[in-house]
Ligand binder design. Structure first.
Ligand SMILES: Nc1ncnc2c1ncn2[C@@H]1O[C@H](COP(=O)(O)OP(=O)(O)OP(=O)(O)O)[C@@H](O)[C@H]1O
Ligand SMILES: N[C@@H](CCO)C(=O)O
Length: 316
C-alpha cells in the first residue's frame, strides 16, 4: 500500500483553492511506489499526480521540483511541477509537504528489449546535457560516505563470504574516489519502474527524488545495471550495446570515462546492494511488503567483478 497519508476529496478541494486548476473531478490513490503517498488527481484543467512526501523536508524539495521544471522547460520528458497561485511548487497538505506534477502517459516495462534500452540511453544523455545549465547543486546523499556508514550497519548481518565481498569492494572503490570525470545532474535511480513507455516510445521518466550532482557516467552505469541485465545479474549484450550506442550518439563518452566504466558499473551495483541490504535488515514501518531482494544486487556486483573482459569488449 502506498497511501501512507490519506487525503479526502474535501481536503483536496480546500487545498486546490490555492491553484488555478479548476474544480476537482476525481481523486484516486496509487497503489505502487514505496516511499511517498501518491494520488492521481483530475481537475477541469487536466490530469496530475499529487505526491505527499513522507520523508523529505520542505527545505529539501525545491532542488528536485526546480530540476523537473528546468528539464521540462528544456524538452526533457518528465513531470512538470504545477505552481500554486503564490508561485511555489511545494505546499503543506495534511502535515506533509505536497506537490502536484503533470501526469505522464504510458506504463513501465518489466521486460525491456534493445529498442527500449536505446530510448532510455538517448533520454539519459539528453537529460545530462540539459542538466548542465541547472544552477542548483546537491551532493549525492548516497555517495561513498553513505556506502561506508551503511556498510558498518549491515556488516554484522552478512555471512562471511558477503562480508569479504563488501569489504573488498569498498577498498577497491576507494581507489577511484578522486577520479576527475564529467559531472552534472544525475537521476541516480533510472530503473525500469521509473520510466513510462507508450508503446515503444518513451513517455517520460519519473521519481527524481534521488537526483543530485555526481559523475554522469555513473548514472549510465546505474541505468545499465537495471535495464541491461538478465535475472542472474549478468549483462545482456544486445540491450547493453543498444543503450550505450544511443547514449553516445547524444553524448560520447571520453577516454577517461571508458577507462573508469568497469569500476562505475561495480559502484552502481554496490550502492543498490547496500540500500537493499539496509532496507531488508532495518525495515521502516509500512515498507515491509515491498522489501527488494538484496541478493540480486550482490549477484550483479559479482557478475561485474568476474566479467571484466566482456565489459571491456563493449568498446570494440
Ligand atoms: N508524473 C507521473 N505520471 C504518471 N504516473 C506517475 C507519475 N508519478 C508517479 N506515477 C505513478 O505512480 C507510481 C508511484 O510513483 P513513484 O514510483 O514515484 O513512488 P514513490 O513511492 O514516490 O517512489 P519509490 O517507489 O521509487 O520509492 C509510479 O509507478 C507510476 O505508476
Ligand atoms: N530502485 C531502487 C529502489 C528505489 O530507490 C531499487 O531497486 O533498489
Amino acid at each position: 500500500m502506498s497511501v501512507f497519508t490519506t487525503v479526502t476529496p474535501e481536503q483536496l478541494r480546500g487545498w486546490l483553492q490555492n491553484y488555478a486548476l479548476g474544480a476537482l473531478l476525481d481523486l484516486k490513490g496509487i497503489a505502487s511506489g514505496i516511499t511517498n503517498t501518491n494520488y492521481f488527481v483530475t481537475t477541469e484543467s487536466g490530469r496530475y499526480v499529487l505526491t505527499l512526501f513522507e520523508k523529505n523536508t520542505l527545505e529539501e524539495l525545491p532542488y528536485f521540483l526546480d530540476l523537473m521544471a528546468h528539464l521540462a522547460q528544456h524538452g526533457i520528458p518528465c513531470p512538470q511541477p504545477v505552481a500554486s497561485n503564490g508561485g511555489a511548487f511545494v505546499d503543506m497538505l495534511n502535515g506533509k509537504p505536497a506537490a502536484l506534477v503533470s501526469c505522464l502517459r504510458g506504463a513501465s516495462l518489466e521486460e525491456p528489449q534493445p529498442v527500449h534500452c536505446a530510448e532510455v540511453g538517448a533520454f539519459l544523455a539528453r537529460m545530462h546535457l540539459a542538466g548542465q545549465s541547472f544552477p542548483a547543486h546537491m551532493d549525492n546523499p548516497r555517495g561513498p560516505h553513505w556506502w561506508n556508514v551503511t556498510a558498518q550497519a549491515v556488516l554484522p548481518m552478512l555471512n562471511a563470504d558477503e562480508r569479504e565481498l563488501l569489504v573488498e569492494e569498498l577498498t577497491f572503490q576507494a581507489r577511484f574516489k578522486d577520479l576527475d570525470l564529467p559531472r552534472g545532474v544525475i537521476h541516480a535511480d533510472l530503473f525500469r519502474d521509473n520510466v513510462l513507455f507508450d508503446g515503444d516510445t518513451l513517455g517520460g521518466a519519473i521519481d527524481f527524488y534521488y537526483a543530485c550532482n555526481d559523475v554522469l557516467a555513473y548514472d549510465l552505469a546505474i541505468t545499465v545495471n537495471d535495464w541491461c541485465v538478465h535475472a542472474d545479474g549478468s549483462l545482456d549484450e544486445a540491450r547493453l550495446q543498444a543503450m550505450l550506442a544511443a547514449y553516445q550518439r547524444v553524448r560520447p563518452l571520453s577516454e577517461a570515462e571508458r577507462m573508469a566504466w568497469p569500476a562505475l558499473l561495480r559502484a552502481g551495483a554496490l550502492r543498490f546492494w547496500l540500500s537493499r541490504l539496509y532496507d531488508f535488515h532495518f525495515p521502516q514501518p509500512g515498507e515491509m511488503t515491498h522489501a527488494k531482494d538484496p541478493g540480486h544486487f550482490r549477484r550483479v556486483l559479482e557478475s561485474r567483478i568476474n566479467d571484466q573482459a566482456a565489459i571491456a569488449r563493449v568498446w570494440g
